[in-house]
Design a protein around this ligand. Sequence first.
Ligand SMILES: Nc1nc2c(ncn2[C@H]2C[C@H](O)[C@@H](COP(=O)(O)OP(=O)(O)OP(=O)(O)O)O2)c(=O)[nH]1
Length: 216
Amino acid sequence: MRFVLASASPARLATLRAAGVDPEVIVSGVDEDAVTAPSPAELVQALALLKATAVANALIETVAAPTLVLGCDSMLEFRGHALGKPASVAEARQRWHDLRGRSAVLHTGHALFALTEAPGGRFASPEKAKVAVASTEVRFGRPTDDEIEDYLATGEPLNVAGAFTIDGLGGWFVEAITGDHHNVVGLSLPLLRAMIRELGYALSDLPRNGRGPATS
Ligand SMILES: Nc1nc2c(ncn2[C@H]2C[C@H](O)[C@@H](COP(=O)(O)OP(=O)(O)OP(=O)(O)O)O2)c(=O)[nH]1
């Protein structure tokens, strides 16, 4: 079986590899600004589906073996707003001044297609995908103004949804989470496992990279 990660995210790729999976990466390149939704949780699901559908459609005519295609999208919900990657240092600074000492929810949308060689439609119809969201509450610490400036100077906050990482330089300022850790990084392994099984496959069907035992 092929497992295609429709994401440019190094964090998602690293999460899958550490979990023993050997994914292929095909970046979707979709315009994320073209999508709106009534809530952050619905928005990340719509964006994940957009990314996965674009890559599935690019593959559908050459599928020669069962192929899973996964798209994801992560955003931080704070005061009802969906916060993706900050557009500027000034925006990242303001976010940290707003977030410190408070809690927010990191939502990651997941969309998974199972393409088979069975002849069928010449396109991957979105309704055939499994779509779901995992949500993790994040309680932020209280970085000082100087610590915020030092963190901004690393450049990391500009490249990640919510302007923070839990497993990187932002870890100093994440006090606690309620929910799945990897979901904050960008991909929920238990949710993905459930979606794979809902499509009739097992973890042992995934292409493995030699880490850890094959599990069924
Ligand atoms: N390592 C790490 N990365 C994080 C964390 N929180 C968010 N991110 C990253 C994961 C994703 O690469 C990025 C979220 O942005 P998107 O969901 O739009 O994905 P991205 O644009 O990176 O790639 P994609 O749109 O999927 O091709 O932020 C974290 O706690 N740790």
